[in-house]
Write a protein that binds this ligand. Structure first.
Ligand code: AQP
Length: 337
């Protein structure tokens, strides 16, 4: 265990990031973003991980737009940028610099086991680049630069937090207590929201539009997509992810957004049909997203405000990251002037 982990006085550090690789989905929101506001007593850093998106070809103008949009969305979801360090990954060069060092402490065999690499290689068979393969190392440096204790993520990112821990432990075992060993923070329900069209698959922002609800979708689009969500033919409202993935996914969304147990959620719908379930989910989604969209529209309209927030917080992140990076450089033997 590292020094930092053993010090009970130290305020906890929370770090997480989301890629601006598409429209932020209800899955990203429930699995990650919604949990970001839960750490009142910690020092929180929330990064727009734009470098990660380059593992897949991006349209440059769209990427710039989506990066600013995601930063605005962080704020609109309730993260006060005075209290939380909201910044872009590419504005803090230490992320890429530490990633190089950590690449030299990560084994090909470990990276080969990453399920996201396998999934994304299948999805982008024409562009299986080295960045896609070493993605978890960049993610490890994102986390380790800030001596992070907790990483709120959806369940699909658990394996990446685990490899980050392995890399940190390996480095610490050679050089002493350099990195805090982070823990994933994964909520019990909603850690994997499924596609509306193929409920056996995760909802993903880079999938076709009809498969997900975007946090910034118009109400009429939300209604339409939920109306068309795939269910099943037995007609019974019951939570059974294996046999009834579509209905169970809708129930999960409803129970999380209403802060209600699954039993209470199912009980409230007894005797009703799937139409009523979809209507209840639609109302819950609109109630959650409408105020976020209103705040988002205000924030995104004020370009100066957003760029000031990003600039100020990038400086703060650069300072914090620089401390860890210098220590790492010193430990591995790079000459410092
Ligand atoms: N369907 C989901 N349910 C719950 N949580 C989810 N997350 C992603 N999808 C779901 C969580 O959202 C955060 C964002 O992660 P990311 O942008 O770094 O990449 P990702 O996990 O690959 O998310 P996507 O939406 O599937 O993006 P693309 O399509 O670009 O790959 C993470 O905490 C993730 O767990």
């Amino acid at each position: 265990m590292s020094e930092q982990n053993q010090n009970p006085e130290k305020r906890k550090v929370v770090f997480s990031g989301i890629q601006p690789s598409g429209n932020i989905t209800l899955g990203n929101y429930i699995g990650a973003l919604r949990n970001f506001t839960r750490f009142d007593d910690a020092d929180c850093l929330y990064c727009v991980v734009d470098l990660h998106t380059l593992t897949v070809r991006q349209n440059p103008a769209d990427l710039r737009k989506r990066t600013a949009s995601l930063a605005a969305l962080y704020i609109a979801c309730g993260l006060d940028p005075e209290e939380n360090c909201i910044y872009c990954q590419s504005h803090v060069p230490a992320h890429a610099e530490l990633a190089w060092i950590l690449n030299c402490f990560t084994y090909m065999g470990e990276l080969n086991r990453m399920t996201q690499f396998k999934d994304k290689s299948a999805k982008h068979a024409d562009n299986i680049n080295a960045g896609l393969f070493t993605y978890p190392v960049l993610m490890a440096s994102d986390i380790l630069l800030y001596q992070t204790d907790l990483v709120p993520v959806g369940v699909d990112q658990k394996q990446h937090v685990e490899i980050c821990r392995d890399i940190a432990q390996r480095f610490n075992s050679i050089y002493g207590d350099v990195f805090t060993i982070p823990e994933p923070f994964i909520s019990k329900s909603g850690a994997k929201i499924m596609s509306l069209q193929e409920p056996a698959r995760k909802m993903s922002k880079s999938d076709p539009d009809e498969t997900f609800i975007a946090v910034l979708d118009k109400p009429e689009d939300i209604r339409r997509k939920l109306k068309r969500a795939v269910t099943d033919s037995d007609g019974e409202i019951r939570y059974d992810p294996e046999n009834k993935p579509g209905v169970s996914n809708l129930l999960t969304i409803l129970s999380v957004l209403k802060n209600q147990s699954m039993d209470d959620t199912v009980a409230a719908l007894q005797g009703l049909g799937y139409g009523a379930l979809k209507e209840a989910v639609t109302e819950a989604v609109l109630a959650e997203l409408t105020p976020i969209q209103t705040r988002y529209n205000e924030i995104i309209a004020d370009k100066d405000y957003l760029s000031n927030v990003l600039k100020r917080n990038a400086e703060k992140a650069q300072y914090l990251a620089g401390k860890t990076l210098r220590k790492v450089y010193r430990k591995v033997g790079l000459l410092q002037l």
